[in-house]
Write a protein that binds this ligand. Structure first.
Ligand code: HEM
Length: 365
């Protein structure tokens, strides 16, 4: 039966094409047989068949440059036949970025939790005073909470995209996670450019008070006063805040530029650039999220009185003297300290005092 079928392929010149086909099949089966024997010799189950293209892929991984060909199709990377970068990037993401980034963030949270248990909330040692100093204008607080909400949104959606597979799929299942991940991706891409705007506004408003000054280094050398009981002299912003600001500006710019390269792949950037942008974006974001976790800790449960200025515009005079004494004494000497009642009345009359901006600018000197 098979023979009669094969003979139907007779090419007409007397050589049956069927026999040729059979010969080719036999020749093809030889390497498979060799592979199967090799599998058995390596102690694999006899049913296991090694990937016949394994050698090829092993070779591809050794190549530094992609294998290119020629094509009439116009487009970035259209002439690239095989590119090993993608595999290297995937392995880096799965085997280094995700585990190291995850442990780093968990480590920061654990260290802060231990620090809190040991040190507790840093109190206002002199207790709350009956006077306050104007610290932030409405505009300053507005742009602070603008960048804070954008950053937190981008951080949460970004972390879901990065750690979703190993962490959330086992908890939510693939279907639910896929809906969540798609929403996060769209939201992340949409809100990302707003972070650039927020960064520019924060830079313009706060840069002058974040320029390093004499005395900043001694603040750092004495651990910012948070470790020992002694107060360390500090200006409107201390060395820690200034360093956080410059990290935000520099690392934030890296995150923004790499993010734009990823969201708009329209400017001739190939896969290699996209992979590089992704790695820079993710490392920068993880670093910045780690720093901001520390910032939020100090602003909320870590230090009594710290958030008041960012919440109301005014800070307690004793808090100012204990944490920003150089600025506080200058502001007090200029007669800027107001009684709590006066601040209450001012805020009742005008909860968003527009004149505070100019005064705080002056106070920042
Ligand atoms: C819930 C989250 C946050 C809280 C509770 C918080 C709290 C605070 C507080 C209390 C201050 C004033 C410190 C002082 O008066 O000395 C401050 C300043 C500041 N915060 Fe936040 N913050 C949060 C999130 C963020 C985020 C996400 C960013 C940026 C991505 C950010 C950037 C800044 C900047 C730039 C300053 C001014 C400090 C400087 O320029 O050195 N904050 N924050």
């Amino acid at each position: 039966m098979i023979r009669s079928k094969i003979l139907q392929f007779d090419s007409g010149d007397g050589t049956p094409a069927g026999w040729l086909l059979l010969l080719l099949l036999l020749l093809y089966s030889l390497p498979l047989d060799t592979i199967a024997k090799e599998a058995v010799s390596r102690g694999l189950p006899s049913a296991a068949v090694l990937n016949p293209a394994a050698e090829l892929w092993r070779d591809v991984r050794q190549r530094d440059q992609p294998t290119t060909g020629s094509t009439q199709v116009r487009g970035v990377d259209s002439g690239v036949l095989i590119n090993a970068y993608g595999d290297r990037w995937r392995k880096f993401r799965m085997q280094q970025l995700i585990p190291i980034g995850g442990y780093m963030l968990m480590g920061i949270v654990v260290v802060l939790a231990v620090f809190y248990l040991v040190r507790g909330k840093v109190p206002i040692e002199g207790g709350e005073s009956d006077r306050k100093l104007p610290r932030y204008s409405t505009y300053e607080r507005m742009i602070h909470w603008f960048i804070a909400s954008i950053f937190l949104f981008l951080a949460i959606t970004g972390l879901i995209l990065l750690f979703g597979r190993p962490v959330l799929i086992p908890m939510l299942g693939k279907e639910t996670f896929s809906i969540l991940a798609s929403a996060c991706k769209e939201g992340h891409n949409l809100m990302g450019p707003l972070f650039l705007l927020a960064l520019i506004l924060v830079f313009i408003k706060f840069v002058r008070r974040n320029i390093y000054q004499k005395g900043d280094l001694s603040w750092l050398l004495r651990g910012g006063g948070i470790i020992g009981p002694k107060h360390v002299p500090s200006n409107f912003f201390n060395m820690g805040e200034k360093t956080m600001f410059w990290m935000l500006v520099l690392v934030g710019s890296l995150i923004v530029v790499s993010g734009l390269v990823l969201v708009f792949p329209l400017f001739g950037q190939g896969r290699e650039w996209m992979e590089l942008a992704h790695v820079g974006h993710a490392i920068g974001a993880l670093l910045m999220i780690g720093v901001i976790i520390g910032h939020i800790y100090i602003g909320t449960i870590g230090m009594e009185g710290a958030i008041e200025g960012m919440k109301t515009g005014y800070c307690d005079l004793n808090w100012a003297k204990e944490h920003h004494d150089l600025w506080a004494s200058r502001a007090e000497a200029r007669g800027e300290a107001l009684s709590n009642e006066a601040v209450g009345q001012l805020r009742d009359l005008d909860p968003l005092p527009s004149s505070l901006g100019a005064r705080t600018q002056e106070a920042g000197k």
